[in-house]
Write a protein of this length. Structure first.
Length: 259
């Protein structure tokens, strides 16, 4: 894909996010769009947000559960980037700021040391992790009815939109993260449940795979970055007035209100 097209598609996706408006997926106009093209568009999009003064909190992994990979017919997860403006403080998100948000429960890793691929293992990630904490990721595809192909969603920064972090911080050796049970409730009603192993067998494997994927681009994970490892639960549509809460065994709870 030529640079001018990548720039115009990245700008189009940013406008959709800013104007809170869903758009037709890129592959309707560019059916030949490849995964490589899509990461090129994402790279431009990320660069433009940095130029606007936003800061990267850390990369995130998406499509890490077998169910999501099967649904999208892919055998590798995808990554995107979480920016500072996406981090929710004050326990509320505004529905009007978003298009058609969904929420999923995740475990976030905060790195104490840089992690650089290729060849990174889950054990190396655990050794480099300062702490883990619970997170609720709010994904908000910019595409109509949340319908997209793999390259579409990669270009759209993996549907990144908002994230709420919990306040329980644990060293990774204090828990067996694959065995952490998770419930996701909305308005007191249990909607989804799962265990850490839903994320590539162990959430640390997700960070390792991310480091190895970024290494192909000459990038690394940096000390201090917070990484979303992928949905442990399925993603649930949100409505104004929803009270969302997740409980993670040994990691406390995390929640927010949809205003
Ligand atoms: O964080 C995620 O797993 C989202 C990846 C993109 C797929 C989606 O929007 O459902
Ligand atoms: Mg996610």
């Amino acid at each position: 894909m030529d640079r001018a097209t990548a720039v115009s598609l990245a700008e189009w996706l940013i406008r959709a996010e800013v104007e809170k408006r869903e758009v037709t997926r890129i592959t309707e106009r560019y059916p030949e769009l490849t995964v490589e093209d899509a990461y090129q568009i994402q790279e431009v999009l990320v660069g433009k947000k940095l130029e606007q003064g936003y800061r990267i909190v850390g990369p995130k992994m998406g499509l890490t559960s077998r169910a999501k990979m099967k649904q999208m017919n892919v055998d590798e997860p995808i990554y995107g980037f979480i920016f500072d403006y996406m981090v929710v403080s004050g326990g509320e998100i505004s529905f009007r700021d978003l298009i058609h948000p969904k929420v999923e429960a995740e475990i976030a890793f905060v790195l104490g040391r840089d992690v650089e691929g290729p060849g990174v293992t889950g054990a190396q990630v655990l050794a480099a992790t300062a702490h883990v904490m619970p997170a609720l990721e709010i994904i908000d595809s910019r595409y109509e009815r949340f319908h997209f192909t793999l390259p579409d969603v990669i270009a759209d920064n993996a549907s990144s939109s908002r994230v709420v972090f919990g306040t329980t911080l644990k060293r990774p050796d204090e828990l067996e993260l694959d065995l952490v049970g998770v419930t996701l409730s909305i308005n007191g009603e249990l909607k989804e449940m799962g265990a850490g192993a839903a994320v590539l067998g162990h959430p640390a494997n997700s960070v390792a795979m991310l480091a190895n994927m970024l290494a192909r681009k000459g990038l690394k994970l940096k000390a201090g970055q917070t990484i979303l490892t992928g949905g442990i639960t399925g993603a649930v549509m949100l409505q104004p007035g929803d009270v969302v809460s997740a409980r993670l065994d040994g990691l406390g709870s995390v929640g927010f209100l949809v205003r």
